[in-house]
Write a protein that binds this ligand. Sequence first.
Ligand code: SF4
Length: 448
Amino acid sequence: MGCQMNVYDSEQMLRLLAPLNYRPTSRPDKADLIVLNTCSIREKAEHKVYSLLGRLVRMKQQRPDLIIGVGGCVAQQEGYRLFERAPHVDIVFGTFALGRLHSLVQKVEDQKKQIVDINPRRESEPLYVKEPIFTTGNATAFVTIMQGCDNFCSYCVVPYVRGREVSRNPKGILEEIEGLVENDISEVTLIGQNVNAYGQKNGHGCDFPALLEYVGDVKGLRRIRFTTSHPKDLSDRLIETFCRVDKLAPHIHLPVQSGSDRMLRRMNRGYTRDFYLKKVAKLRNVRPDIAISTDIIVGFPGEERVDFEATLDLVRKVGFDSLFLFKYSDRPNVPAAKFSNKVPEAVKVERFSTLLEIQEKFTLKKNKALVRTTQDVLVEGPGKRLPNQLTGRTPCNRIVNFPDGMARVGRIVPVRIVEAFSHSLLGQPVGRDHEEYSGEDGGISHAA
Ligand code: SF4
């Protein structure tokens, strides 16, 4: 559940458990071990954990030997309390205990008793387990480059459940990416809670722009993305990297959260709306085709109509390519939970819909502007709607569906855009004699 960090961490869990003879299955009813890797960033995500756990009660009654583990941010936050609501759980392991999962499972197998590990002691770097590799057939992969956050935005649980910023050694990151390329990965997304702060604390002698240059030199890798960026750490050098590193896709996710300076102060974001707008102008100056997406929270405590209007104004001024919208909800132990002037739910709902409507028009307009252009689409797999259809992404991160029985997963193919929708584009491949169709190397055969 949750963010890309959890996707990555779940893969590390699979590798950690492989020596104990656990293998992934698509049949939970046949599983010997079920691990929920949880997210607590929003109230809704946390509810999902308990609702899923509720559905596992009967399974545990029918098969008492089934081991149920709950890991990740909810586990770190709840600890022993989790057993009160879900007594059928065997292991509660927090974000710091990820690397100890295999020994916790072994202990439950041997001792048949419940275990909690939320000890905030962790390895010096985010966990990466090299072997064994499970090939996914995907063309893209996430690579964690750092973990944790030092920013303490007033609404966010991350610094409490994931700890302070820790960056991985660049050598290990590059080795991991080279290994992924050997396993047919064409695109990597470098992930972390605030990738812009990569290397600032650890003394690896390599900051984020430098890391991007090294990754850009990895042979066989076709595309690089990164997320998430904090606006206050978006340096001019990093902005210029969009020109210097050819493989870096022209897309940035730059959460603004609010267009009101008063709200930004209350959120402890460390920048003003003017600062943010200047960063956007610099990005577009360096890379005019760059796509910019953002996160916005509506209904933050104390948000008045005038603050919301400032957010609407910022959204109109920037013209985001896409926007992830959230209604504020209190999270345990964060400063904003104690703020007065909570915004009523009905007001949050109304602001959410207003903003969504405005953004949908922008997104559609931006998508329509791509009709009749040719885009380099990295093929990700079969399309979901029609047979013989493939799906992939443009450099600026738009989904394109197109008919083709010959293109291969992981290849970049030129596609002419013929129609635009709110959330995707429809295209026609062009130039079948394009070198990307030669099929002489790389790629995974796609049986269309
Ligand atoms: S920058 Fe703020 S919102 Fe993002 S992870 Fe850190 S504390 Fe949370």
